[in-house]
Design a protein. Sequence first.
Length: 281
Amino acid sequence: MLLIGTHISAAGGVARAFSRADALGCEAMQIFTRNQLQWQSRPVLLEEARGFYDAWQKSGIKCVVSHASYLINIASSDAEVLEKSRRALRDETERCYQLGINDIVLHPGFAKDGAPENALKTVSESLQLLFEETPGCKVRILLETMAGQGSALGGDLSHFSVIGDMLHWNRRLAFCIDTCHAFAAGYDMRSPESYERFISLIDKHIGTDNVYCWHVNDCKSIKGSRLDRHAHLGEGQIGHQAFSLLMNDERFDGVPAILETPKDGIGDEGNLAFLRKVRGQ
Ligand SMILES: [Zn+2]
Ligand SMILES: [Zn+2]
């Protein structure tokens, strides 16, 4: 069974996220360890790391993942953006190492004018550099599947196998599958048969063992629309069954299933209740 969780605000300090997640009955959570809309971040202070550990120990949270800043584009063909992105990702890796977080979810990026082949090579070089610059650190980078709009990488699972091959399947490279993004990118998962086909494609391109996080979101837009519009579970185009199949899929035992559904309407409470209901069914 997967662990149930959602994206939790770390406003007022990262340690505060635990009590918010506990209040919702989460088993896992995703946070931003810093203001994700700024390039600059300050280092983690020792007291802050200690407070984070203490709060974690007292909480029911089994797994924490970080989502990297949306500004980061390690595929960029612009030298300055690329340099800033690589530095920001290294900072985030160090922050997570200090906080005891093992996994960072990262959008693979985009190359405005370049061919995807070049952009994928740049992503691989950026990650290679990161792994070399942070030796002894086990923090993984989870590249996230995207809706495939415009020049964004990661709409096609084959992009990830190209990167994996270039990095010789380094143990620090792993993946996050977003159900809404994958569906918008054209992958079906609505029936038991299409779900199984989808998982076998994941296995073929990246290996199910390399999936360390799921983003569980329904999708407002139709399959293959390439439009990234998250919906409440069961209320979008993906519907009920895919989430029920996923939540009970033993190939992903212990992997966090993180909600990034809208905060309006049934909100986190409603979507978490949906996950609890379908899990074990
Ligand atoms: Zn994301
Ligand atoms: Zn999205």
